[in-house]
Design a protein around this ligand. Structure first.
Ligand code: S3P
Length: 414
């Protein structure tokens, strides 16, 4: 089997969420092209509609008319989406009235104190289950800017605070230990807001109005990582992934695959709607183990499950460390990977903040529990394709969270 040809993946999830949110905050009508239409993004669209935005679709284009958000009459259901829940918390913190928010059985277990505490410090009030989980009620109001130093690099927390800071009186500054994805900062600039960036700090002086813009959403690098690993792990493969977001805060998986022995070329690089976009050409090779950790973790956090799959086929040891955030994603992804590999007959070492994989692993057909986590499901599907074994996933629907059409696109990838 060689993987050859070219492919487009659906629009970037992080940018799609933000395009709708910024459109809802901006005066006028924002045009969003190429938006991801996955379950997570639908949660954001429904929530913003409940908050008073008008969101309509014609053909492939979305029109978002915003500017006058108000207290919702219904409970906001963020579904499986941490980005919806956390970024909207920042928006609702400055929206007068009360917003009640909940989520699915995964999201209600994920930590919300990381947005609740700083937003309380800016003047919003929260009433949350056990003080830190959904469901929660937010009383929005007049906010004041503050400075925050985050303990973990988190784009969701940073974005919630910047969105609150946009409407707050005075300056809001967020400093991260290392830089997480910066789509919010870029989109603030694209929508005409003034921000200042220095190293891993960003400041916004509020209150500011933003006005409607056009946003073209590029392909999602986190989705592209699945076929990229498939091609990288199969020698003789050559796969061109077109129009992918190449924002350097998202492309950490590329140097990792290069370190492991794949050849990767970036082509047709250009700027669009404040983001860097281009094509990724992956040439497969025999892979070797590597160490993944430190500041690169935020740049590839969502790609770790599929990089762990690449490590299964690499010669030598792959160490993944400094990634304890994986334990609080849609599921505990470290635990889910270790259990999945064990179901396929392979032992990998679980550490508190990562994994140690001594490759190549000998894998056999078996069932895998996905914990309804889209990236766990897609990672084990890629593993099954590389290994040429049957992997029986207990939930395949969950891929619709971020990558509708994943299985049919992968079917065409031979
Ligand atoms: C996201 C940020 C990341 C990432 C998530 C999407 C975003 O989470 O894992 O899938 O759109 O801001 P954290 O910010 O919690 O690390």
């Amino acid at each position: 089997m060689h993987i050859t040809g070219e492919m487009r993946v659906p629009g970037d999830k992080s940018i799609s969420h933000r395009a709708f949110m910024f459109g809802a905050l901006a005066q006028g009508t924002t045009l969003v092209r190429g938006a991801l239409e996955s379950l997570d993004v639908q949660s954001t669209i429904r929530a913003l509609t409940a908050l008073g935005a008008r969101i309509e679709k014609t053909g492939h284009d979305w029109h978002v008319t915003g500017g006058g958000l108000h207290e919702p009459e219904v409970v906001i259901d963020a579904g499986n989406s941490g980005t919806t829940a956390r970024l909207l918390s920042g928006i609702c913190a400055s929206t007068p009235g009360i917003t009640v928010m909940t989520g699915d059985s995964s999201l209600i277990k994920r930590p919300m104190a990381r947005v609740i505490r700083p937003l309380e410090g800016m003047g919003a009030s929260f009433l949350a289950r056990q003080g830190r989980f959904l469901p929660m009620a937010i009383r929005g109001g007049d906010l004041h800017g503050r400075s925050f130093t985050l303990e973990v690099a988190s784009a969701q927390v940073k974005s919630a605070l910047l969105l609150a800071g946009l409407k707050a009186e005075g300056t809001t500054t967020v400093t991260e230990p290392s830089l997480s994805r910066d789509h919010t900062e870029r989109m603030l600039g694209h929508f005409g807001a003034r921000i200042e960036r220095q190293g891993t700090s960003v400041s916004i002086h509020g209150p500011q109005e933003i006005s409607a813009r056009e946003v073209s959403v590029p392909g999602d690098p986190s989705s592209a990582a699945f076929p990229a690993v498939l091609a990288a792990a199969v020698p003789g493969s050559e796969l061109l992934l077109r129009d992918i977001c190449l924002n350097p805060t998202r492309t950490g998986f590329i140097p990792v695959l290069e370190r492991m022995g794949a050849r990767i070329a970036l082509q047709n690089i250009h700027e669009d709607s404040g983001e860097t976009v281009g094509d990724i050409l992956v040439t497969g090779g025999g892979l070797t183990g590597t160490t993944i950790g430190g500041d690169e973790i935020p740049r590839l956090i969502d790609e770790i499950p599929v990089l762990a799959v690449a490590a299964c086929f690499a010669k030598g040891t792959t160490v993944i460390r400094d990634a304890s955030e994986l334990r609080v994603k849609e599921t505990d992804r470290i635990g889910a990977l270790v259990r999945g590999f064990a179901s396929l007959g392979a032992q990998v070492e679980e550490t508190s903040d990562g994994l140690v994989i001594d490759g190549p692993l000998s894998l056999r057909t078996g069932p895998v529990q996905t914990f309804s986590d889209h990236r766990i499901a897609m990672s084990f599907f890629i593993l099954s394709r590389i290994a040429g074994i049957e992997v029986d996933l207990d939930d395949t629907q969950c891929v619709g969270i971020s990558f509708p059409g994943f299985f049919s696109l992968m079917e065409g990838c031979r």
